[in-house]
Design a protein around this ligand. Structure first.
Ligand SMILES: O=C(O)CCC(=O)C(=O)O
Length: 269
């Protein structure tokens, strides 16, 4: 198991309803992330980067079974030998009762193998997600280079019980793609730090920037360590935020304050 990773967060502007432009933008930023300087081990993109929140046209815009996204990301991973947690996309999924659109994260390893798939389980009513999207039914635990990891998407971070479940299932690093808007920067920062502190794990969170209708997105992608310290935080501009993480810190912090051993689940679960 590698114990040090260099992480790159693609804090990009997303154009609502323009998948071709968004694919081109992500392709450009991914190439930039691996060009010059030390190559990242893991790259994370934001939420719904293919379509943005063009929800009234989401069925026609969504990526059918994620085929375009998967081919694009797998090819990038293979060419550059990096792992990519591909943010999330609007995915058109076939189902028993007909097709539905989900807000789905895929993860790919350095060889381009798909290693993770998670569809957002808490839909955000304030942005009408529940009217246009179908919620996922499974949590997002996966292994990345033998490191137990997990994904949650945006609004999911308001549910500490989900993060705790993932940590109890072993996760040491939590990846969070988001489209989190103004005026809730203090919620974003506090919740990410809280999830890191209470679960003694890394929280790696990538938010978008730019505007969509009257909503503006503040970026502030960040990496929070298992002690709750912000290792790196972006501003409000389009950028690639990079930082190194030391996975050994998770065990060290868990050893220092034995929260998991001290739990009394019989009293509150
Ligand atoms: O919970 C929030 O304040 C923002 C959530 C959100 O924008 C989303 O889940 O897309």
């Amino acid at each position: 198991m590698t114990d040090k990773w260099r992480i790159a967060l693609i804090q990009m502007e997303v154009r609502a309803g323009e998948p071709d432009a968004n694919f081109a933008k992500l392709a450009e930023l991914l190439e930039r992330a691996v060009g010059g300087g030390p190559k990242p081990d893991v790259i994370l993109a934001p939420e719904m980067w293919n379509t943005g929140y063009a929800l009234d046209r989401i069925r026609e815009l969504a990526d059918e079974e994620g085929r375009r996204t998967k081919a694009f990301v797998a090819d990038f991973c293979r060419r550059h030998g990096v792992n990519v947690i591909a943010g999330s996309i609007a995915e058109l999924r076939p189902g028993e009762g007909g097709s539905a659109v989900t807000n789905t994260v895929y993860g790919f390893d350095r060889e381009g193998n798909e290693i993770a798939e998670y569809a957002k389980i808490h839909l955000f009513k304030l942005m009408d997600e529940h009217l246009h999207l179908e919620a996922g039914e499974k949590t997002g635990r996966f292994e990345l280079e033998k490191v137990p990891a997990a994904a949650m998407i945006c609004y999911d971070i308001r549910f500490p019980e989900l993060a705790r479940k993932l940590a109890l299932d072993g996760a040491k690093v939590l990846f969070v793609p988001a489209e989190w808007p103004h005026p809730r920067l203090h919620h974003w920062r506090t919740l990410l730090q809280a999830r890191a502190i209470e679960n003694q794990m890394y929280v790696v969170a990538c938010n978008r920037v730019g505007t969509s209708g009257t909503t503006s997105f503040f970026g502030h992608s960040m990496i929070v360590d298992p002690w709750g310290e912000i290792v790196a935080e972006a501003g409000e501009e389009e950028t690639i935020l990079t930082a190194g993480i030391d996975l050994g810190l998770t065990d060290e912090v868990r050893g220092r304050i034995p929260v998991f051993a001290d739990r009394r689940p019989a009293l509150y679960e």
